[in-house]
Design a binder for this molecule. Structure first.
Ligand SMILES: *Cc1c(COP(=O)(O)O)cnc(C)c1O
Length: 410
C-alpha cells in the first residue's frame, strides 16, 4: 500500500527479513560505500506498524504528523499514503507536503506565530486551519487570511516531565483566554477549537489530562461569550513509541471521557512527530580516526553534534551505538562476546564540543569500521548544519521495509 507513494518515486525499498537490518547495512557498506559516507536506513515497515498501533490504540484521534521532526520525503509520502494528515510550521513545510499531492485540507498550520508572507501563502493554497495565542497574531490573520479557521493554543500547565517543554514560548495563560476569544470575535474571526502541546518527549501521561481539562474550560468560555460551538480539540504531540504511548493513550481516553463525553460533532486531532519518526531510522557512521590512550579508546566518526547528533543538544537526547566491524572483524562484525573498552566517540568537526559519546563500552575497533546508531529518526538530520564542510543534508537515506507483527514489536 505505501509502495508507490509519492516521495518514494522510483526509489528502491528493500524488503527485510526479521532482524535483517544489520545484514542490509552491511550490504550497503560493501556495495555502495567506497567513500564511506554516513547513511540512514529508514524502515517503512516500522512506520506502517506505528500507524497500525495508533489506529488501534487511539482510533478517535486523527494524527497530523509534525513535519519539523523529520521532513524526509519518503517518510512524508508513506505517512500520507497511510492516511496521516500533516502539521506544518512554515511556507516551505506546506510546500513540501502539498508537492506530495496532499490536499491542503489535510494540513494544520500549527505554528502560533507566523510570518505575514507565509500566512498569505497559506491563504493562496487553501490551508485554512491555524493556531494563535496573541492579539497580534489575530491581527495578521484578519489582514491576510480572514477566512482561516482558528485554534486557540493554550499553555499546558504541567510540562515539567517533558524533554523539551514548549510552555515557556507558546500558549495562552488561563487569564488570557477570554480576552483573546473576545478579540477574535470583534475581528470576526472564526475560532473553531483549542490546541496545546504538553512538551516533546513527554513522560508525565497525566499532563494530557490537565491540558484536556483546560481545553474544556476554553470550550465553555466560548459558549459564555455566545460564540459558535467549538468543534476541534487538538491534543498536540509529545508521544514516544513503546509503553509510554500506551500510558499516554490511557490518560487521554479517560480525560476525554471525563471532560468531553458525547460532545456532538467534536473532531479530535493530534500532532505526533517523534512517535512516527524516532524508531524508524537508523544511522550508520564510519570510523575515520582513532587514538589509544592507555585503556581509553577514542574514535572519530563522520557525523556529529553539528550534524545528526545535534539531537544531544537541542532534543536533550541520550544516544547509543553498536559496532559494525566490517573492516577489522568480518567473521563477527557485531563483535558478539568481544572484550570492550571505555571509549569516547568524537564527531568530525574541529570543535571539542563535537563529542558524541563518552565512557561508552565498545570493542577494539579500527579505522574504516562502522558505528550504528538506532532510534535516530526524530530531530536529528532535520536540524543538522553543514558546519566545517560536513553537510548533514547530503546524508543519503536508504529505504527498507521490515515485516513486523504488532504483537511482537510491542
Ligand atoms: C514540535 C511540535 C509537534 C511535534 O511534537 P512531538 O513531541 O515530536 O510529537 C507538534 N505540534 C507542534 C505545534 C510542535 O511545535
Amino acid at each position: 500500500m505505501i509502495l508507490g507513494a509519492p516521495g518514494l518515486d522510483g526509489k528502491r525499498v528493500t524488503a527485510l527479513p526479521k532482524n535483517g537490518l544489520t545484514d542490509f547495512m552491511q550490504s550497503i557498506i560493501s556495495e555502495k560505500q567506497e567513500t564511506k559516507e554516513p547513511f540512514y536506513v529508514l524502515d517503512l515497515g516500522v512506520v506502517t506498524s506505528l500507524m497500525d498501533k495508533w489506529t488501534l490504540t487511539l482510533p478517535m484521534v486523527r494524527p497530523f504528523y509534525a513535519v519539523k521532526c523529520n521532513p524526509e520525503p519518503a517518510l512524508l509520502g508513506s505517512l500520507a499514503a497511510l492516511g496521516s494528515n500533516f502539521d506544518c510550521a512554515s511556507q516551505a513545510e506546506i510546500e513540501s507536503v502539498i508537492s506530495l499531492g496532499v490536499s491542503p485540507d489535510r494540513i494544520v498550520y500549527a505554528n502560533p506565530c507566523k510570518q505575514e508572507s507565509h500566512i498569505k501563502y497559506a491563504a493562496s493554497v487553501g490551508v485554512n486551519l491555524t493556531a494563535f495565542d496573541s492579539e497580534e497574531e489575530l491581527e495578521k490573520i484578519r489582514k491576510w487570511h480572514p477566512k482561516c479557521a482558528l485554534l486557540l493554543r493554550i499553555k499546558a500547565l504541567d510540562d515539567s516531565g517533558a524533554r523539551c517543554p514548549l510552555g515557556p514560548k507558546y500558549g495562552a495563560l488561563p487569564e488570557e483566554v477570554t480576552p483573546l476569544l473576545q478579540a477574535a470575535q470583534s475581528a470576526r474571526l472564526n475560532v473553531v477549537g483549542v490546541s496545546f502541546h504538553i512538551g516533546s518527549g513527554a513522560t508525565h501521561a497525566l499532563a494530557y489530562k490537565g491540558a484536556i481539562a483546560s481545553a474544556k474550560s476554553v470550550f465553555e468560555a466560548a459558549v459564555r461569550l455566545g460564540m459558535p460551538r467549538m468543534k476541534i480539540l487538538n491534543i498536540g504531540g509529545g508521544f514516544t513509541a513503546g509503553s509510554q504511548f500506551d500510558e499516554a493513550a490511557t490518560a487521554i481516553k479517560s480525560a476525554l471521557q471525563a471532560y468531553f463525553p458525547n460532545e456532538p460533532g467534536l473532531t479530535i486531532i493530534s500532532e505526533p512527530g517523534r512517535f512516527f519518526a524516532e524508531s524508524a531510522s537508523t544511522l550508520a557512521t564510519n570510523i575515520i580516526g582513532k587514538r589509544v590512550r592507555g585503556e581509553l579508546r577514542e574514535y572519530w566518526i563522520n557525523d556529529g553534534i553539528y550534524g545528526s547528533m545535534n539531537c544531544i543538544l537541542y532534543d536533550h537526547a541520550t544516544i547509543t551505538c553498536t559496532p559494525l566491524a566490517c573492516n577489522s572483524n568480518r567473521a563477527n562484525p557485531t563483535c558478539k562476546g568481544v572484550r570492550t573498552y571505555s571509549s569516547t566517540v568524537f564527531g568530525p568537526t574541529c570543535d571539542a564540543l563535537d563529542t558524541v559519546l563518552m565512557g561508552h563500552q565498545l570493542p577494539e575497533l579500527q579505522v574504516s569500521d562502522w558505528l550504528v546508531f538506532p532510534n535516530m529518526g526524530a530531530y536529528t538530520a532535520a536540524a543538522g548544519s553543514s558546519f566545517n564542510g560536513f553537510n548533514t543534508a547530503a546524508i543519503l537515506t536508504y529505504l527498507a521495509s521490515s515485516k513486523y507483527d504488532l504483537g511482537e514489536c510491542w
